[in-house]
Design a protein around this ligand. Structure first.
Ligand SMILES: Cc1ncc(COP(=O)(O)O)c(C=O)c1O
Length: 399
């Protein structure tokens, strides 16, 4: 047996990666149920209940369809790509950083065209470049704008409204698709108010469930586009998944345990109410940013987002100077202080660490994690100011 398997760490390990996020007790308990036989009507009822709760969560328009998949976020990227675009057709991807670039590369791997607007370091994507690209597309080659809402790598929440305005101003008929993998349950998202044709997401972040379920919510205009698209596809084909028996909804055996978990998590969100969930995320994020501002007084680390107003409520990215090993910092935080944080991704690899604060999080729990991260920074000799006490002061001031 690996000695780590039965190594008990007293107390609670604080999971602050930006997904997978911690599972609430109610979600863990829901996962203890046995699977059901697939003819049991309760299976269909469970899926229908998740459909209804998810539609309410995103304020889906009348006639919207929910398509479920056993997959992670990359899988749901592929699902939306092959369902909306034929081979050779284009999507416009506002440059948000690592995740818009990964999505663009996935499209290219599938023989679709990815047109990118330039990424602006530490900033939200540039709406003017999106509008210019749409204006220039006289032949209407662009079928959809694929916009990442919260880019989890840079920890910046982008302005989906800027993409909507660019589409409206240019009179371009492309669909607006939002990657809400990190923003669902952490930021305001309203398909009707924000003019979103598609929202895609995954179970393991704000939805407080284990990784493994991807979902696509489509407004009627997107459903029509899916049916009109002649691209060959099979497992990912949404046309076979929208309605019917649970076996069809998942193109095979549904992930029952994951669905029980998701249903429990969606119930928790409704019980707390979405406005309260979002306000809690905003409060927790504010406390984290107060800690970062305190640490930054030491002159070594800094908030990655140029403007605090653009910093996401799900995760915070913090830059470190050359010579500080993010891997060592993470190891110290995890092994000595039981706080699990993430490293930098893509262009921020080795340049930043990230603190996740999404899902089942409270201010008090966050203060504990902040203290652990500060202890790790100090233990690694990184000069930092009084971040933990600044966070406590910010928490007290929240009222
Ligand atoms: C915004 C966003 N989109 C897509 C993904 C890809 O998700 P996955 O890692 O589940 O494949 C992630 C993962 O962190 C993400 O943050």
């Amino acid at each position: 047996m690996n000695p780590r398997d039965d190594e008990r760490i007293p107390g609670t390990r604080l999971l602050h990666s930006p997904g997978p996020s911690p599972l609430p007790t109610e979600v863990l308990q829901a996962m203890q149920r046995q699977p059901m036989d697939l003819g049991d009507p309760r299976v269909d009822e469970t899926i229908a209940d998740c459909d209804a709760r998810l539609k309410r969560l995103v304020n889906a328009p009348p006639g919207a369809e929910v398509y479920w998949y056993i997959c992670n976020g990359h899988g749901i990227w592929e699902a939306v790509a092959v369902n909306l675009l034929d081979v050779g057709q284009a999507a416009l991807l506002p440059g948000t950083g690592h995740f818009s670039e990964q999505w663009a590369r996935l499209l290219e791997g599938l023989g679709r065209v990815a047109q990118r607007t330039p990424w602006r370091e530490r900033e939200v994507f540039d709406g003017a470049s999106v509008e210019a690209a749409l204006q220039a597309d006289r032949e209407r080659r662009i079928r959809a704008v694929f916009a990442v809402h919260t880019d989890t790598a840079s920890a910046i929440r982008h302005d989906l409204g800027a993409a909507r305005r660019a589409l409206d101003a240019s009179g371009h008929p492309a669909l607006l698709v939002a990657d809400a993998v990190a923003s669902l349950g952490t930021e305001a998202l309203d398909m009707q108010a924000m003019g979103l044709d598609v929202i895609i997401s995954a179970s393991q972040k704000g939805l407080m469930s284990p990784p493994g379920i991807g979902v696509m919510v489509c407004a009627p205009r997107a459903v029509e586009a899916i049916h009109a698209n002649p691209a060959p596809r099979m497992y990912w084909d949404a046309r076979t998944r929208g309605k019917g028996h649970s076996y069809d909804r998942f193109f095979g055996t549904p992930p029952l345990t994951g669905l029980y978990a998701l249903q429990a998590a969606l119930r928790l969100i409704e019980r707390e109410t979405l406005p309260a969930v979002l306000a809690r995320h905003a409060r927790v994020a504010k406390v984290v940013r107060a800690a970062v501002a305190g640490w930054a007084q030491g002159g070594a680390v800094a908030l990655y987002a140029r403007h605090e107003a653009d910093a996401a409520n799900a995760v915070t990215a913090i830059t470190v100077p050359a010579g500080v090993s993010v891997d060592d910092l993470r190891r110290t935080a995890r092994e000595r202080f039981a706080v699990q944080i993430a490293g930098g991704l893509g262009p921020l690899f080795g340049r930043a660490f990230r603190i996740g604060h999404l899902g089942d999080q409270s201010v008090a729990q966050m203060l504990g994690a902040i203290a652990g991260v500060e202890a790790a920074l100090r233990a690694r000799g990184v000069p930092v100011g009084e971040g933990a006490s600044a966070a406590v002061a910010a928490a007290a001031a929240l009222g």
